[in-house]
Write a protein that binds this ligand. Structure first.
Ligand SMILES: [Cu+2]
Length: 492
């Protein structure tokens, strides 16, 4: 009898123990602008000093780590940062693995790949700095606290190893992100909170990749400055170019990249543990695989199968000091309150039922663009919205660009007499990387087709009135963007 009770006790403990989805949490990622993060930023400074002195062929070096994300196909002139690398044929192991392209696989792996990429860098910094509890700080941009919108001081310290000159001037000067831009980040974060799907064009991952992810890349790289700023980009070795962060092939070389992607990871974590959070399935990863190749703190190569990736990404060894959306960060030890294991997987939104579509074929010019939705189309939309039990209505915008725009476009629904309802933001980070030559962001003469998708169920009104679709342009870029087609569809 006693044996049975003991056994039962052990079983209960095991169930309780295994219920902890984050039982191996050992490190805390902190807000870069708090005193608590100071020692971690100093550890980064120590580590990056060593990494910058390692040349480019050692896996632990600053250059190698940046190149794992991506590297320009051609360096302008003799490469003085890495004489061994001149064109893409000189690529070393794992270089240019990042997920910034338009394939289904890349879109699916964006958050997962970057999570493991920065996690490996985190371990390298821990080793090289000797700070045993090092965790990658995050930049809490979009915060309502103004001080959080400043780029952390050690990142812009000219005498340190984390400084890069080719960044938006006001940020390198220690001024906060401008209020209008902060507002843009906040709206994007707010809209993401209730996104009902991980995958899909309108899903959480792809919308987060647009904003604030792409938004911040272009902002830090100087493209949203007025007028847009240009610099000497030391990775391309080109004058009058946008900053490291605004270009996929040079972004991984700017140390602020790691703080930015720590924040992107935190936004994901916040949503993942929230009531709206969904996950891709292992099968989806296996059907659409991606290379996961990184360097261990001892400089060894390591790669992962999709099964290994899946096991790691949802059971990380770090947590954030706090999360967005009122979400609770997991506890530090296995003794904490039991969490319900996440079972919800992302629904596929490939089965779109088109409610209406309309060819447009006009450039979005000047201050913006307004499309009056035809009466019967508006009524069909309203009807679908009101009658569907779990209404998931998406707005698809097909656009064509001829050059990577240095502007961003904000999409709204407008009902008469009401404030414009924010739907989402179009950003263009990576467009020329996917399609262009890289030089001056030039694209093919015929232009490049892009699709932007947004869930609008939370923006539609439960009324029968007609509405308009409004697209506002922010910035002073001269790139032509044409709106080709608008589609409103329902996802089952
Ligand atoms: Cu990025």
């Amino acid at each position: 009898m006693r044996k049975k009770i003991t056994l039962l006790f052990i079983i209960l403990i095991s169930i309780y123990g295994f219920g902890q989805s984050n039982s191996n949490v050992q490190y805390i990622r902190k807000n870069a602008n708090t005193p608590e993060a100071k020692a971690d930023l100093e550890a980064m400074n120590v580590a990056f000093k060593k990494m910058r002195e390692m040349g480019c062929e050692k896996g632990l070096s600053w250059y190698y780590q940046g190149a794992i994300h991506n590297i320009p196909n051609t360096i302008n002139g003799k490469n003085n940062l890495c004489p061994e690398y001149q064109t893409s044929k000189d690529k070393l192991w794992a270089w240019s693995d990042c997920t910034h392209d338009k394939t289904v696989s890349a879109k699916l792996h964006f958050l997962l790949w970057h999570r493991l990429y920065i996690w490996h860098l985190e371990k390298i910094v821990r080793e090289l700095s000797g700070k045993k509890d090092f965790a990658l700080p995050y930049w809490n941009y979009g915060s309502t606290t103004t001080a959080d919108n400043v780029m952390a001081e050690p990142i812009r310290d000219k005498s340190g190893s984390l400084y890069i000159a080719s960044r938006y001037g006001i940020l390198n000067n220690g001024q906060p992100i401008l209020p209008g831009q902060v507002n843009e980040i906040q709206r994007a974060l707010n809209e993401l909170k209730t996104n009902p799907s991980f995958t899909g064009a309108a899903g959480f991952s792809q919308n987060l990749e647009q904003a604030p992810h792409g938004f911040m890349h272009d902002l830090i790289g100087g493209e949203y400055a007025k007028p847009a700023e240009t610099y000497y980009n030391e990775i391309y070795q080109l004058q009058n170019y946008s900053g490291l962060m605004a270009n996929v092939p040079s972004a991984g070389f700017d140390p602020v990249f790691w703080l930015h992607h720590s924040m992107i990871d935190r936004i994901w974590e916040s949503w993942d543990v929230s009531i709206n959070g969904q996950r891709p399935t292992l099968q989806q990863l296996q059907t659409n695989p991606w290379p996961y190749e990184f360097i261990t703190p001892t400089g060894q190569r390591v790669s992962y199968t999709m099964k290994e990736v899946y096991d790691i990404v949802f059971n990380m060894d770090y947590k954030y000091d706090n999360l967005l959306y009122g979400s609770k960060a997991p506890v530090l030890t296995a003794k904490g309150p039991k969490e319900s294991a996440k079972k919800l997987v992302s629904f596929q939104d490939s089965k779109e039922k088109i409610i209406w579509e309309q060819k447009i074929g006009k450039p979005i010019e000047g201050t913006g663009f307004t499309h009056k939705v035809a009466s019967n189309f508006a009524q069909n939309t309203n009807k679908a919205f009101k009658t569907a039990v779990n209404s998931r209505i998406v707005l698809n915008l097909d656009v064509v660009v001829y050059k990577e725009p240095k502007d961003y476009y904000t999409v709204y629904l407008r009902y008469p007499g009401k404030e414009d309802e924010y739907v989402g933001t179009m950003t263009f980070f990576g467009v020329s990387h996917e399609h262009g030559t890289g030089e001056n962001h030039e694209l093919a003469e015929t232009g490049v087709k892009l699709n932007f998708s947004y869930y609008i169920s939370d923006d539609l009104s439960k009324s029968d009135v007609n509405f308009e679709i409004v697209i506002k342009k922010t910035g002073e870029g001269d790139a032509k963007v044409t709106l080709e087609k608008i589609t409103v569809a329902q996802i089952n």
